[in-house]
Ligand binder design. Sequence first.
Ligand SMILES: C[S@@+](CC[C@H](N)C(=O)[O-])C[C@H]1O[C@@H](n2cnc3c(N)ncnc32)[C@H](O)[C@@H]1O
Length: 368
Amino acid sequence: MKHLKPMEAVATLYASGNEADSEAIVASLSRTIFGAHGLEPARPAKKILATVSHRVLSWTTRTTKSETADGAVATRYSNRILERSGHGYAHALMGSSCHTTESLVEGGDPMNSQYMMICPEIRANCEVWDRLFLDSVQAKDVRLRMVWETLATYDEAKRRLDSGKSVRLKAVAAGTGLSMILVYDKLVRDGFDPTRISAEVTDRDRANIDKANRLMDKLPTTRERHTKPGTGQGISARAEDIFMDHAEDVLATYDVVTAIGILEYFHGHTYTTTEECMGMQPPPDAASALDLVQRLHHLLAEGGSLIVNTYRRNAATRLLEVFGRRFDYRNRDNLKALMETGGFKLEKHMGAGHVYDVEIYSKSPLVV
Ligand SMILES: C[S@@+](CC[C@H](N)C(=O)[O-])C[C@H]1O[C@@H](n2cnc3c(N)ncnc32)[C@H](O)[C@@H]1O
């Protein structure tokens, strides 16, 4: 893996085969995240660059409307600077895989290439465009968010295992589930009895789940414990829309649930939204953040831990708005107020970047 650039690393990680490189990437991610990771939010110079980039891209980006096969109207973004870069992240910024995802950041390869930058060996292979796209204010924050999510999930799982209990973990809207795979891999390598651990990765996008399954088939700690969803042991991945009730979910509750990079697409308890800032009509979306919090409440066992994030507006997120992304902005107070609607209490602040804070909330045990 010493020769891989970030976009190549992510393709290698999620393709079939390439076992040795995939193992090396996961080992390097794990060493960095669970060691003294040394990652920090962007410094002032990068913040200035984000402001300048936002201005330049606002001036130079053109939009066109086209009709998709299903009759919907899709917006296409074009920008000669980005096109000339030929970088996968730039292409993802200008378009999305389908009409229903055009206002959100998808959890595919471009997002995961930002995580590849956590590995010192892969960072060393970066080119100029990699640094511009994958070492920006937003990218550094996305990495920190993943590091805090992983450490929080691990700590919460370990605390329960250390006290002799079993633990059920679930990541919703998990993208390719890399954070949960790293947690499971570390717990097993720590020597915890795998029969006491169950971990589930879910995401609406089947392509993400296929990638998670391919990666789990390759790693020594997950390939033998890679189980069918709902068997109550081992690690599994399945496609699931968080708002759809699945039969096997009705009684299933989890001790630790992560919902990272998802609340910012749902309205309610915000300090502002993209639509408010840009004078646009609010989207006619069916579900709100309160609905999502209610759903998370049902998923979590009494006394369980929920890991979520804030989303603050700045030049880095406004840059994404230029390309049609729409966000609901929450600071820590907004998040706390939202979580309280689901009976959640703030337990721990894992860390703060420019965009994200990651926090652990608990679901209070029932008072009998
Ligand atoms: C910004 S990505 C975050 C992915 C991952 N949590 C991470 O931090 O890398 C948002 C993810 O939410 C998923 N998603 C969006 N709406 C969803 C829904 N209703 N149910 C489940 N997943 C959803 C998308 O497919 C996408 O992978």
